[in-house]
Ligand binder design. Structure first.
Ligand code: NAP
Length: 247
């Protein structure tokens, strides 16, 4: 029996990588989905996969850092499906460079998508969830938000911010039966990490006790756990999915 039968879920950054995999796993567990990314046409493959699984899907073009677009996206999903049970704040970007070379634009871009985007979507989703007196929000943070990383001060700050944000909102919404948790993935093989050099990847591998990179499925399965009754007494938590890289 699917664990999330009939639930309505919304996933940001669902065109590819971890977000796409999360959308597919939620569909396999019985969710109908509102999937978001910058351009609607980029969502076609994810939408096809969700439909093939046999679930309904609505594709929404939205820049997560734009409040008007985010509010319209959440309103559109609630109008289409009548409610919203699960929100996964997954959209994220990197603009890596050492602080000495980092521009204000590099800083703002990463904070706006990763941190402000999580704030805007959570705020918009909180309204229907509070009304329903139930909901689950899962924020995709990063191991870098816990340990920092040279060349990623903007990304690390954004993800540390997502973690502190998660804990604060969890405290605010716990009495309304809305749970808010975060996942801190380690090195997961996607287009984002494909950009790294072989040398950096080899160094990373040496630092991972399990001696392998994670997969998008490893993160998606944790989203399912945090969205389901299997985790009904968890809120404000950060679950590390990192092969033991940080303990
Ligand atoms: P990805 O392959 O780059 O996918 C991210 C998706 O988000 C892309 O489709 C991207 O569109 C979209 N996006 C970017 N900016 C957006 C915006 N302003 N509004 C809406 N959508 C936007 O990345 P990923 O590796 O799957 O990462 C997913 C999440 O996991 C991110 O939050 C990332 O920080 C986190 N994470 C990843 C790893 C890892 O090792 N991969 C580790 C820890 C945490 P574009 O095609 O335009 O970029």
């Amino acid at each position: 029996m699917a664990q999330l039968q009939g639930k309505i879920a919304m996933v940001t950054g669902a065109a590819r990588g971890i977000g796409r995999c999360i959308a597919e796993e939620l569909a396999k567990e019985g969710c109908d989905l509102a999937i978001c990314d910058l351009k609607e046409e980029w969502l076609a493959e994810t939408a096809e996969a969700v439909k093939t699984i046999g679930r309904k899907v609505k594709c929404i073009a939205v820049d997560v850092s734009n409040s008007a677009q985010v509010n319209a996206a959440v309103d559109g999903a609630v109008t289409e499906f009548g409610r919203l049970d699960i929100l996964v704040n997954n959209a994220g970007i990197t603009k890596d460079t050492f602080i000495i070379r980092m521009t204000e634009e590099d800083w703002d871009a990463v904070i706006n998508v990763n941190l402000k985007g999580t704030f805007l979507f959570t705020k918009a989703a909180t309204k229907p969830m509070m009304k329903q007196k139930s909901g689950n929000i899962v924020n995709i943070a990063s191991i870098i938000g816990l340990m920092g990383n040279a060349g990623q001060c903007n990304y690390a700050a954004s993800k540390a911010g997502v973690i502190a944000f998660t804990k604060s909102v969890a405290k605010e919404l716990a009495s309304r039966n809305v749970r808010v948790n975060a996942i801190a993935p380690g090195f997961i093989q996607t287009k984002m990490t494909d950009l790294l050099s072989e040398e950096v990847k080899q160094k990373m591998l040496e630092a991972i006790p399990m001696k392998k990179f994670g997969t998008a499925e490893d993160v998606a399965k944790t989203v399912i756990f945090l969205s389901s009754d299997a985790s009904s007494y968890l809120t404000g938590q950060v679950i590390s999915v990192n092969g033991g890289m940080l303990m």
